[in-house]
Design a protein around this ligand. Sequence first.
Ligand code: CO
Length: 470
Amino acid sequence: MADTAKRPVKIVETVLRDAHQSLLATRMSTEQMLPIIEKMDQVGYYAVECWGGATFDSCLRFLKEDPWERLRKLRAGFKNTKLQMLFRGQNILGYNHYADDVVEYFVQKSIANGIDIIRIFDCLNDIRNLQTAVKATNKEKGHAQIALCYTLGDAYTLEYWKDIAKRIEDMGADSLCIKDMAGLLTPYAADELVHALKEGTNLPIDLHTHYTSGVASMTYMKAVEAGCDIIDCAMSPLALGTSQPATEVMVETFRGTPYDTGYDLTKLAEIAEYFRPIREESLASGLLNPKVLGVNIKTLQYQVPGGMLSNLVSQLKEAGKEDKYQEVLEEIPRVRKDFGEPPLVTPSSQIVGTQAVMNVISGERYKLVPKESKKIMMGEFGQTVKPFNPEVQKKIIGDETPITCRPADLIEPELPKFEKECAQWKQQDEDVLSYALFPAVAKEFFQYREAQQTKVDQAVADKESGAYPV
Ligand code: CO
């Protein structure tokens, strides 16, 4: 090692967000988290990622929990550790572009309820879609981390990454994250990438990857040696497979080196013991599918996320065209090129995947076009790194004129409308944001919450009136 100065690597613990989103369909409840957070708070993690992404929707939809209440409880328990959330730029945590007033209010309330670091990304890496969230985070004195979706393709040269890193620093980001959602970043490519980023920016660099293709812990090692400052890991019972490398393993890998975290392995082992039964129960119930725990080399072979491959299989099955799998796999890169070579992450991964399926099963390219494909070609998601294929664009949108501005510039303020629509259920300021993101699901949750409260009130009234023996 040429550089012997101490440079402890920082670790973001993902077990309370990405790890269970990747392995357990985001079903870990607040009740399952709370008993261990005091111990987790003693580790010395750089941050604990615990909110945002799919956790919000899952709380409301499946767990019948108020996501804001979860955040407040976690904040109360984590007295020393920074809390981090994942935020999809102008989409916030949903799938549409929201007006700036909603984005700003969401950031304000996230920080007010306990978030320290907001990781903000856009599926096209169109940094205009990050501006409002970054500015709002700066204003609320939060840490704005901009995440770039890592992908491969002609457009994604080291020059591209270096240049965009510089632009991100100019935008007001406090750190930069490489978000490798598909596990495409191999160890030696990570070495080159981190060196290039370090040339482009002075910002701390965080690497976020998934174990899907089996290379992730080696990738972290090379990245850290190249100067990467922060790595995202998950406690071993919910690590590997489609989740992150294991925290304990990375901590021990770097022990005694300049990158030594200094974390106490005994403490980590105790935390791991806490999560182990959750893994075992999830395996037994089928919530955790052993299939996602293996190595999926197809992600490297076809450069598509694992989740996208399984979606393809089910789409083809539904259409009774399973024999077309190989053809669709070959069509994906062509569609991606026609669509300006975007990274493949929600929602661009679904759009490109579905279009490829339709191109193959209809027997004619772009004969069937879902409305999301049209939206992307109309510029409604933002700008792609390369121009669209003009012939394909013409075939899809005809004579309509695509937009070239930041999509949210065309959206009028939306908060007043949402406030009005959810007024009858509102019990706290934050409810309007739950409603704005997932109207139907939030409404159902609000009704459930009221019904629960009525039950409790009735029980108290019965007790006071002597209906129950004391
Ligand atoms: Co992730």
